[in-house]
Design a protein around this ligand. Structure first.
Ligand code: FAD
Length: 353
């Protein structure tokens, strides 16, 4: 049996461990976190990611638990809708539920190690066989094999998000682009509401005080749309998550001799397209299928050619979207242009969005 060691049991690592053939590979999965993430959040699952979940056999359960996105309006900071495209085929999925289902799909034969890998030694079990970096944006595998030029970059932005137990008026749903701020309100599983906010912040990067950020957000959005204020009044520090946003610089290959990257470790991007977890799932399922059916060198070559260009393009597109959505001084011009574009040709604007 060939040895595969996966560092990171998040979405990418669990999906890869679930997809690898246990008859062919001796798989070890390292995850530093002892259980599921304690605070609930939600993820938009695009159709490609749902196809990956179907390969792993868990799509029916995800569909049962997921919330359908209806109209997700794009709005100005005051709540006026520029466009309200019909979003088809996207599911709002509980991150905890997704992780639970992925975890349950991992074969018993996979060795689980609950421990943080601090560095990659030159000898020993971690240096034997194929090492997979599925360890997120600050990957130790990327650091060891790609060097300091591939270190994660801290953006000036912070993300705050949470799930409210009640549903918010459907007419308030969508994404609000203010001056240097974004606020999102979307349906979540079980009739709940997922909300998120992003803006420039000094807090962090290491430990971010959620209560402090929530206070900061209430101040930032004090003049915002009524729906935003309602959501922020209901949000509590215990049901919210706050973190600084990191990205991974341009990589020209996800493969090095003895190592391969998947998910955020390969292409950590800003969250503005809602694609990171989706692409992590597609990476993992693609890599597992290739490794299960080809020699390891052939599989890695094919994985690189199938996944590199697409995910790097998405990474760039997401950064562009962040600059547009979080425009600060350019916000009045952006709003004027958006108003003009959507007024002149609503159909074209819906198509573009
Ligand atoms: C605010 C926000 C909203 C988002 N919304 C969406 C969305 O709607 N849709 C979407 O598709 N994506 C979304 N994303 C992106 C998504 O969260 C990530 O792309 C996804 O979590 C990446 O999964 P991953 O498994 O590659 O990495 P991670 O989720 O970061 O998992 C890495 C795992 O590795 C473990 N680990 C790390 N280092 C080590 C180590 N040294 N040793 C052992 N274990 C280690 C960690 O504990 C973690 O469990 C969002 C991100 C943010 C910040």
């Amino acid at each position: 049996m060939e040895a595969i060691t996966i560092i990171g049991g998040g979405i990418a690592g669990l999906a890869l461990a679930a997809g690898l053939d246990p008859e062919r590979f001796d798989v070890t999965l390292y995850e530093q976190r002892p259980g599921l993430p304690p605070v609930e959040s939600s993820l938009a699952m695009w159709p490609e990611a749902q196809s990956a979940l179907a390969v792993l056999g868990i799509l029916p359960d995800i569909r049962k638990a997921g919330a359908r996105f209806g109209g997700m309006a794009l709005r100005d900071g005051a709540g006026n809708a520029w466009v309200a495209p019909e979003v088809r085929g996207v599911l709002g999925v509980s991150r905890a539920e997704l992780m639970r289902l992925l975890d349950a799909a991992v074969p018993q034969a996979v060795h689980r190690v609950t421990e943080r890998v601090e560095h990659i030694p030159a000898t020993g079990p971690l240096a034997t066989g194929l090492l997979v970096g599925a360890d997120g944006v600050n990957s130790v595998v990327r650091q060891a094999f790609w060097g300091s030029r591939a270190e994660a970059t801290l953006t000036p932005y912070l993300a705050l998000r949470g799930v409210l137990p009640e549903s918010v008026d459907a007419s308030a749903g969508g994404e609000y682009w203010g001056r240097g701020t974004i606020f999102g309100i979307a349906p979540a599983s079980g009739g709940r509401t997922y909300w998120y906010a992003s803006f420039r912040a000094e807090e962090g990067p290491a430990r971010v005080d959620v209560a402090e950020v929530l206070r900061h957000a209430r101040e930032r959005f004090a003049d915002g749309a009524p729906a935003i204020r309602t959501v922020l009044e209901s949000a509590t520090p215990e049901s919210s998550l706050a973190q600084r946003i990191w990205t991974v610089p341009l990589l020209t290959s996800y493969v090095r001799p003895g190592a391969v990257l998947a998910g955020d470790a390969a292409h950590g991007m800003t969250p503005n397209l809602g694609r990171g977890a989706c692409e992590a799932l597609v990476d993992a399922v693609t890599l597992a299928e290739l490794l299960d059916t080809q020699s390891v060198p052939e599989a890695l070559k094919a994985y690189n050619s199938q996944r590199l260009a697409r995910t790097q393009l998405l990474r760039l597109a997401s950064s562009g979207m962040t600059r547009l959505a979080l425009a600060d001084r350019g916000q009045p011009l952006r709003d004027r242009l958006l108003r003009l574009a959507t007024r002149k040709s609503p159909a074209a604007a819906v198509g573009r969005s």
